[in-house]
Design a protein around this ligand. Structure first.
Ligand SMILES: [Zn+2]
Length: 312
């Protein structure tokens, strides 16, 4: 960061460091206990490291290819953002929503097998900071949740920072929307573990305003819902607790403010779908108290702790 003192100002370096420290506190694991039909359910959000993207990747004034060109030419990166994973200790078993990033992402050549474009794109448009003990496996260990207790891993979509923790779940059922699997957008299949053959969910049920849904529990209180835009069949996960719903929004948007202020990222598969998803989420939030958790929203952990709902 530059200042009137010039590029080597030690105060700026300190500010950056302090800023990072403050942000990292926001990324600390948070747990809350709610009830479902009177039964306790423990919910945790853990950040598997941090990511930074181009500012115009996170929020764009244009759409489609013009938005892409804008962020590629953008020289500014955002502050560090979390990579949230949601863990639900439900009466029917433990569910892990997305698997986050892993420390190997910074190994030189990590993206090479995905081709020249992917290698260039993923090493120039994103920055990652992931320590080994921030990966989902060690964090589940810290929560005393053994792998064999996990009933299923649910993936919202197939992007790198949502699937790179799959290596910890070779024997766990993994559920993905059938349509997301058949028509992914911006995924890197060369980075999938060789054994990765998820259970494909058809999303042929309905949940409130969401026409494409798949109930994950017999009690119908945990639901995979299609919230397209970021990818053509991007999904979110909704947990309906007695106190409120927890809406794990994945990459519908990067911060809660974006949906309130109708601002969009520079990287939607379909801007029209993204707009329709914003409308649906708002309609849902108007009649259901829900805590809204985008995967990269640093403020989500505070709202989660305080059960501070999305107000639109
Ligand atoms: Zn994504």
């Amino acid at each position: 960061m530059q200042s009137a003192w010039g590029p080597l100002c030690i105060l700026c370096e300190l500010c950056d460091l302090l800023n990072l420290k403050l942000l990292m506190v926001l990324f600390d694991r948070q747990s809350v206990q709610l009830t479902i039909s009177g039964n306790p359910v423990k919910i945790h959000i853990v950040s598997t490291g941090a990511v930074s993207v181009k500012t115009k990747f996170r929020e764009a004034t244009k759409t489609g290819l013009r938005a892409m060109l804008d962020f590629i030419l953008d020289k500014k990166f955002t502050e560090w953002m979390p990579i949230w994973v949601l863990i639900i200790e439900h009466p029917e078993g433990v569910f892990v929503i997305d698997t986050g990033e892993n420390a190997d992402v910074n190994t030189p050549g990590y993206f090479r097998s995905s081709g020249i474009f992917a290698n260039w794109f993923d090493t120039t448009q994103f920055k990652f900071q992931v320590a080994q003990d921030e990966e989902i496996g060690p964090q589940l260990d810290q929560l005393n949740i053994p792998a064999d207790k996990i009933k299923a891993v649910i993936l919202t979509h197939l992007h790198l920072d949502h699937i790179d923790g799959l290596k910890y779940f070779p024997s766990t059922p993994i559920i993905v929307s059938k349509k997301e699997w058949e028509r992914p957008f911006g995924d890197l299949p060369k980075l999938y573990p060789p054994w990765f053959k998820p259970t494909l969910a058809a999303l042929d049920e309905r949940c409130d305003v969401f026409e494409h849904a798949h109930y994950l529990t017999a009690a119908k209180d945990l639901v995979l819902i299609e919230t397209p835009g970021h990818t053509y069949h991007h999904c979110s996960v909704l947990l309906k607790a007695d106190e409120c719903s927890i809406f794990f929004a994945a990459d519908i948007c990067y911060t809660q403010n974006q949906i309130i202020e109708e601002k969009y990222s520079g990287t939607n598969a379909s801007h029209k779908m993204a707009r329709e998803t914003y409308d649906k989420v708002k309609r849902f939030a108007k009649s259901n108290k829900c805590v809204f958790i985008p995967s990269h929203d640093a403020r989500a952990s505070l709202r989660f702790q305080e059960l501070d709902p999305l107000v639109v």
